[in-house]
Design a protein around this ligand. Structure first.
Ligand code: SF4
Length: 295
């Protein structure tokens, strides 16, 4: 990540695919900041940064990182900004950087639905070509239990609205999100939602418990029983078996994952399932994931 040019308001997170991007903090924190599993921005109060603050930072980034092809707008869901606020920012990025491959940001489905079709098309024409959306699950029960503030339908509507405007999406699902009790419905409804939206990119992360199991159980509004690594692999296998998308690039290469996987769905589906079967057969049945050293 290109961090040294500016004084960032830490912590800063970006998707693995933005490792070589210039990062501009258009907002600080997350406007929602209520998901039961997420500790990313609990230390920050959400704030919209003004164009006057951002303009000199865009200029600095463009000078220090000459030749950079991508700009990522941080923090949590910079796409919450209205089109009226985003358009001057992306226009200034284009003015200062010249030709870019793409501008991207994290978004919630409601951030997309709050914009008109023509606003989304204008943002796309200005280079905002990719939105990272942590939908986490397609299951309505689980969406409520984790307090996502979205539903199966609002998620589909938001993603399809972005696609209709020509904006690609990179969708994230969390393996193990519902524990033993909700595992099957999580896998099946998540596959169903992916089948309906056919994103360009899909990744799976594994639920992390940086503050321990009790902390998460207190935030999860239901019965949460942690899964073993084998049970997590079985859930992932069920999810992949039920997906029927074409040309979705799939990765599970996040540090939280117990098994790195990648391929194009559906072309590589059999091979992904075989890798999971091998992992299931060769992992002790009673082994639980260890707590990660990150939030
Ligand atoms: S998962 Fe995303 S929307 Fe939910 S609190 Fe974390 S950053 Fe905000």
């Amino acid at each position: 990540m290109l961090f040294s040019a500016l004084k960032y308001d830490e912590p800063v997170f970006r998707p693995p695919g933005e490792a070589r991007s210039a990062i501009l903090q258009a907002t600080l924190g997350c406007s929602w900041n209520k998901c039961a599993f997420c500790e990313m921005y609990t230390s920050k109060k959400f704030k919209i940064r003004s164009f006057d603050e951002l303009k000199p930072e865009i200029e600095t980034l463009s000078k220090v990182y000459k030749g950079v092809k991508k700009v990522f707008l941080a923090d949590g869901n910079a796409f919450v900004l209205s089109a009226g606020k985003l358009i001057p920012i992306v226009s200034e990025i284009n003015n200062q950087f010249g030709k870019l491959q793409r501008i991207s940001s994290y978004a919630l489905p409601k951030d997309i639905l709050n914009k008109s079709e023509s606003e989304l098309k204008e943002l796309k024409s200005l280079g905002l070509k990719l939105l990272y959306i942590g939908i986490e699950t397609g299951d309505n029960d689980l969406l409520k239990l984790i307090n996502k503030g979205e539903t199966f339908n609002s998620t589909i509507d938001g993603i399809l609205k972005a696609h209709e405007a020509g904006i690609d999406t990179s969708i994230m699902i969390i393996n193990g999100l519902g524990g033993k009790k909700y595992s099957k419905q999580h896998a099946l409804k998540s596959a169903e939602i992916i089948n309906q939206v056919s994103p360009k990119f899909l990744s799976t992360l594994t639920l992390s418990l940086p503050y321990g199991l009790d902390h998460f159980q207190n935030r999860f509004k239901g019965e949460y029983q942690q899964q073993t690594i084998v049970e997590l692999f079985e859930e992932l296998k069920l999810f992949i078996e039920h997906m029927n998308v074409e040309n979705t690039i799939y990765r599970s290469n996040h540090v939280s994952n117990n098994l790195p996987l990648q391929g194009t769905l559906s072309k590589d589906k059999d091979q992904l399932i075989e890798s999971l079967l091998f992992a299931i057969e060769n992992t002790p049945a009673n082994k639980y994931p260890s707590a990660p050293a990150f939030l």
